[in-house]
Design a protein around this ligand. Structure first.
Ligand SMILES: NC(=O)C1=CN([C@@H]2O[C@H](COP(=O)(O)OP(=O)(O)OC[C@H]3O[C@@H](n4cnc5c(N)ncnc54)[C@H](OP(=O)(O)O)[C@@H]3O)[C@@H](O)[C@H]2O)C=CC1
Ligand SMILES: CC(=O)[C@@H](O)[C@H](O)COP(=O)(O)O
Ligand SMILES: [Mn+2]
Length: 381
């Protein structure tokens, strides 16, 4: 039996992870961490009865403690998140947290040599150099849950890394794929939240619409697969059937295809290196699509993608600023404090004002992250 600790259990990936675990007889949910959504957490923990529950704050802890129908250890806050991610009983940590808040629990899970199923891309964007150095030191594999990275991971299985030409990451185009720059001016939040192919959390759905999601994924791919930015291409593929591709030196291209259902890559990461039957959705029926489309992505139309490449190539603390500014700007948009196009403006300004620190340590990363957020928020409070 494998004990799973699920961080971000009330989220879109978290809830789908619970559904996957319910179908896997050799796996049990040992611990469940969430933020503020107590009633959602309650419904999920009552299904799988984890021994340990970690809430985001004291209020959520006290509330869930009162409502829960069985005996469980309940704690709260960052220290508890790190403790649960690294404790002896955990075999696999699923990091489905949203945002750079996932950095410290990830480092602690790595240092305790846990298998990690990794969805929390912001952590790799904010401090990829620290995470990968620790992963190397402790011999831990980060098994990608993000669909593009799960695809690349599968395309690379058994291949020699020095025979890789480039990664080709696919992008759906998000909610406003066919809009011109002018048409983006008056877009509504409700429309931005309608992703054409995936049902996901609010933040990543907005990231898809700005194309920052693909930018974050380029940086995530750089770190996970140790590939330089000039060997990572992005291509628009509106159907999200091909999840990504790898080109090798003999010009063979490997692609991974599948129904757009995140439970498939979640199960892949949990069961790796095995594959197990999957019964939660229908297999891919290419005849339903008949045609697959591919288009160029322009940096003029999608400046967030340009900024992500630039920040990734600049390195040091630049991606930390990119990520923190994006997290704050998206939240301001979701809170109706800014319009859609101001998201990219706030990020651009934050990057321009920042003096890049080379090889920042954890303390510097955390300071840059907080400072970026504070500077932007000071204008809106
Ligand atoms: N959704 C998807 O299909 C995909 C998501 N990803 C990535 O996976 C990650 C999660 O995405 P998604 O599931 O959509 O996000 P959601 O917003 O749906 O969920 C985020 C989770 O993180 C928890 N959380 C947030 N802040 C804290 C905190 N301070 N302490 C403890 N828990 C916290 C939330 O708790 P609560 O809600 O209770 O406050 C929630 O459980 C992101 O990095 C995203 O980019 C990658 C590929 C696909
Ligand atoms: C399901 C998943 O992995 C998301 O990151 C998805 O890729 C979003 O789609 P786009 O960013 O391509 O619109
Ligand atoms: Mn993705």
């Amino acid at each position: 039996m494998k004990n799973i600790t699920l961080l971000g259990g009330t989220g879109s990936i978290g809830e789908q992870t619970v559904e996957v675990i319910e179908q896997l007889p050799e796996y049990r949910l040992f611990a469940f961490a969430f933020g503020k959504r107590v009633d959602k957490a309650l419904g999920l923990v009552e299904r799988l009865k984890p021994e340990w529950i970690v809430a985001g704050d004291r209020q959520a802890k006290e509330e869930i403690e009162k409502k829960i129908s069985y005996q469980a250890k309940v704690s709260y806050g960052m220290e508890a998140l790190c403790e649960v991610a690294s404790n002896d009983q955990t075999d696999i940590v699923v990091n489905a947290l949203l945002g750079s808040i996932g950095l410290q629990p990830t480092l602690d899970a790595i240092r305790s040599r846990k298998q990690i199923a990794f969805a929390n891309k912001e952590t790799l964007v904010t401090a990829g150099h620290l995470v990968m150095a620790e992963a190397k030191k402790y011999g831990v594999d980060l098994l990608p849950v993000d669909s593009e990275h799960a695809a690349i991971h599968q395309c690379l299985r058994g291949e020699k890394r020095d025979q890789l030409n480039r990664l080709i990451v696919t992008a759906s185009g998000g909610s406003f794929r066919d809009y011109s720059r002018d048409e983006l001016v008056g877009v509504k939040k409700e429309d931005a939240l309608k992703h054409p192919n995936w049902d996901m959390g609010a933040k990543i759905t907005i990231d898809s619409a700005t194309m920052m999601n693909k930018g974050l994924e380029v940086i995530e791919a750089h770190w996970l697969f140790q590939v330089p930015y000039n060997k990572i291409d992005v291509i628009m593929h509106k159907e999200s059937v091909i999840h990504s591709m790898v080109e090798f030196n003999d010009l063979s291209v490997m692609a991974q295809l599948g129904t757009p259902d995140m439970r498939i890559p979640i199960q892949y990461a949990l069961t790796y290196p095995n594959r197990t039957d999957f019964s939660l959705s229908e297999g891919l029926d290419l005849l339903k699509f008949r045609e697959l489309h591919f288009n160029e992505l322009s940096f003029e139309r999608f400046p967030c993608l340009r900024m992500a490449y630039e920040a990734g190539k600049a390195g040091g603390s630049a991606p930390t600023v990119l990520n923190a500014a994006n997290e704050v700007a998206v939240q301001l948009f979701l809170d109706d404090q800014i319009i859609f196009l101001e998201i990219e403006q706030l990020i651009e300004e934050a990057l321009q004002k920042h003096q890049v620190i080379e090889q920042p340590d954890l303390e510097s990363i955390l300071a840059v992250d907080q400072d970026t957020r504070k500077r932007i928020l000071s204008v809106y409070s």
